[in-house]
Design a protein around this ligand. Structure first.
Ligand code: AHR
Length: 496
C-alpha cells in the first residue's frame, strides 16, 4: 500500500519553537569533563578550555538553548563552589554519578562562556533539594545584577564586569525523586517560596520553570498546576525511551531485531504523555500561557560493556536516529504547548549527538537528525493529513511512516519523513495542496544497512546523510520510495 500524505501548504498550525531543538549537559560521566571541557592546558586544541572539535560540531547545529548543571546533579550543586580561581575551587564527590571527584573547574563562568560560543540561550537549573532560598536567589543576582550588590561585586572580582542575560531558570529537578523525594503538595509550596526570590534585575526577564512530572504521573501535574500555576512560566516533563526495563534496559548495539520496532513504539508514547498532561494544563491555563518543557528525553540503554555504570555512556545507532526523528515530530505536533525540549545529553551520556575518546570525536546518527531538522527551527508547522500503513512490532502496531512539514520564513517548505520499517522500503505519495506554480525538490536521507548501524572512532562515517533521488514530482504530488529505517528531509521550493 502506498502511504498517502496531504500537506496543506497554505495552512499553518503554529510556530515550531526552535527551543525544542535544545540540549542538556550535566556533570555526569564524561559529558562536561572530557566531552566539552578539557581545560586551557590540555594538548587537545581548545578555546578557553572548551575542546575545539566538539565546539565546531555543536556550532554547526545551531543549538538554541542548553540546560545545565543537571539533572540530579543540580540538586546537589552549590554554585559558589564553581567560581573564583580554578586551582582553589573545592574538590568534591559527585555522589550521584559514579562517586568520582568533581573539581568544579567548569562552573558558572565557563558554562555561560560556552553558551556564548555556541550562540545558545543558557537554561540554568537551580538547587531546591539540598540548597537554600538564599543560595538560589544569590546565584541569579550574581549572574544578572548590574548595580552595586555583594553578588555583583563578587562577579566583578572574578573577572566579569557585565552581567549575563539568563532567561531560563529551573527551580529544582526531579524533586519527586533524586531532587528530594518530595510529595507534589510539598514541592508546590517550596516552588512558590523559592521562585519568589528568583528576581528580575534590570531588563533581564527570567522565565521560571517548575519541576513537572515523570512520565505518566498525572497527579503531580494536577497538583502543581492547581497550587502553583500562577507562579510559573513553564513546567517540565521527563520521559526516556527504554527498550527493556529500568533494571535491564537492553544494549545500544547488537540488540535483537524485535527491539528495533519495540523501541520506536515506546518512543511514540511521548505523544500520549504530552496529550494527557496538556489536557490537565488546559484546565488551569486555557490560554496556554504556560509552556510544557520536555527537558529530558531520549534513549536509555545499558552502559557500554566495561564502562563505569554511573557514567551512562552508550553507543548511538540508526534506531536512535529514528527515535529522535519521531520524537521531534511529536513535539512539532504539540507546538501549541511544547515550547522547549532538551535531549539527554549533549556529549558522551545517553542519546548524545557527539561521542569522544581522548582526542578523537565522532558524530552520532542522532547528530545528523538534529542537523537535517534545523530547517524546522522557528518554521510554521503545516497542516497535514495522512493515511499511513500499519506495521507490526514486538510491542504492537506502528505506523510505517512519521511525517512533519513546515514552511520557513523564506518560503521554502521542508517535509521530514521517517520510515520506521527496518525491513522494507515505503512508498509515499505526498500531495502539496495550496501550492501555486511548479515545484522544485531536493532531498537528503540518513539510513543504514544494519538495524544497529553506527559510527565508531575507527569508522566514523558508517551512518551519514546522503543525497536522495528516489522520488518524482508530477503536478503537485511528490512520490517517493523511502529506504528501510531512514530519516529523509525534502526541501521544496517554487519553480516558476
Ligand atoms: O539524564 C540522566 C538523569 O536522568 C538526570 O540526572 C535525571 O534528572 C534523570 O533521572
Amino acid at each position: 500500500m502506498t502511504n498517502r500524505i496531504t500537506i496543506h501548504t497554505d495552512r499553518s498550525k503554529g510556530t515550531i519553537n526552535r527551543n525544542i531543538y535544545g540540549h542538556f549537559s550535566e556533570h555526569l560521566g564524561r559529558c562536561i569533563y572530557e566531552g566539552l571541557w578539557v581545560g586551557e592546558e590540555s594538548d587537545i586544541p581548545n578555546t578557553n578550555g572548551i575542546r575545539n572539535d566538539v565546539l565546531a560540531a555543536l556550532q554547526r547545529l545551531n543549538i538554541p538553548v542548553l540546560r545545565w548543571p543537571g539533572g540530579c546533579f543540580a540538586d546537589e550543586y552549590h554554585w559558589k563552589d564553581g567560581i573564583g580561581p580554578r586551582e582553589s575551587r573545592k574538590r568534591m564527590i559527585n555522589t550521584h554519578w559514579g562517586g568520582v571527584v568533581e573539581n568544579n573547574h567548569f562552573g558558572t563562568h565557563e558554562f555561560l562562556m560556552l553558551c556564548e560560543l555556541l550562540g545558545a540561550e543558557p537554561y540554568i537549573n537551580g538547587n531546591v533539594g539540598s540548597g537554600t532560598v538564599q543560595e538560589m536567589s544569590e546565584w541569579v543576582e550574581y549572574m544578572t545584577f548590574d548595580g552595586v550588590s555583594p553578588m555583583a561585586e563578587l562577579r566583578r572580582e572574578n573577572g566579569r564586569e557585565q552581567p549575563w542575560k539568563v532567561k531560563y531558570f529551573g527551580v529544582g529537578n526531579e524533586n519527586w525523586g533524586c531532587g528530594g523525594n518530595m510529595r507534589p503538595e510539598y514541592y508546590a509550596d517550596l516552588y512558590r517560596q523559592f521562585q519568589t526570590y528568583v528576581r528580575n534585575y534590570g531588563d533581564n526577564r527570567i522565565h521560571k520553570i517548575a519541576c513537572g512530572p515523570s512520565e505518566g504521573d498525572y497527579h503531580w501535574m494536577e497538583t502543581l498546576m492547581k497550587q502553583a500555576h500562577r507562579f510559573m512560566d513553564s513546567i517540565t516533563l521527563h520521559y526516556y525511551t527504554i527498550p527493556g526495563t529500568w533494571a535491564s534496559k537492553g544494549p545500544a548495539t547488537g540488540f535483537p531485531e524485535a527491539d528495533f520496532g519495540g523501541t520506536l513504539k515506546k518512543a511514540m508514547h511521548m505523544d500520549e504523555l504530552i496529550t494527557r498532561h496538556s489536557a490537565i494544563m488546559d484546565q488551569y491555563d486555557p490560554e496556554k500561557r504556560i509552556g510544557l518543557i520536555v527537558d529530558e528525553w531520549g534513549t536509555w540503554y545499558d552502559v557500554e560493556p566495561g564502562t563505569n555504570p554511573g557514567f551512562l555512556y552508550q553507543q548511538n545507532t540508526i534506531r536512535d536516529a529514528l527515535v529522535a526523528g519521531i520524537t521531534l515530530h511529536i513535539f512539532h505536533r504539540h507546538c501549541d504547548r511544547v515550547r522547549m525540549a532538551n535531549i539527554a545529553q549533549l556529549v558522551n551520556v545517553l542519546q548524545s549527538v557527539v561521542l569522544t575518546e581522548g582526542e578523537r570525536m565522532v558524530l552520532t546518527p542522532t547528530y545528523h537528525v538534529f542537523d537535517l531538522f534545523q530547517v524546522h527551527q522557528d518554521a510554521e508547522l503545516l497542516d497535514a493529513h495522512e493515511t499511513i500503513r500499519a506495521i507490526d512490532s514486538a510491542k504492537g502496531e506502528l505506523p510505517q511512516l512519521s511525517v512533519s512539514a513546515s514552511r520557513a520564513a523564506d518560503g521554502r517548505v521542508h517535509v521530514s519523513v521517517c520510515n520506521l520499517d527496518h525491513a522494507s522500503s515505503a512508498s509515499a505519495a505526498i500531495e502539496l495542496r495550496g501550492w501555486e506554480g511548479g515545484v522544485r525538490a531536493t532531498a537528503t536521507t540518513l539510513t543504514s544497512g544494519r538495524i544497529d548501524g553506527h559510527n565508531t572512532f575507527d569508522e566514523p562515517e558508517q551512518v551519514k546523510p546522503a543525497a536522495f533521488s528516489d522520488f518524482a514530482i508530477e503536478g503537485h504530488t511528490l512520490t517517493a520510495n523511502l529506504p528501510p529505517m531512514s530519516v529523509t528531509v525534502f526541501e521544496l521550493a517554487a519553480d516558476r
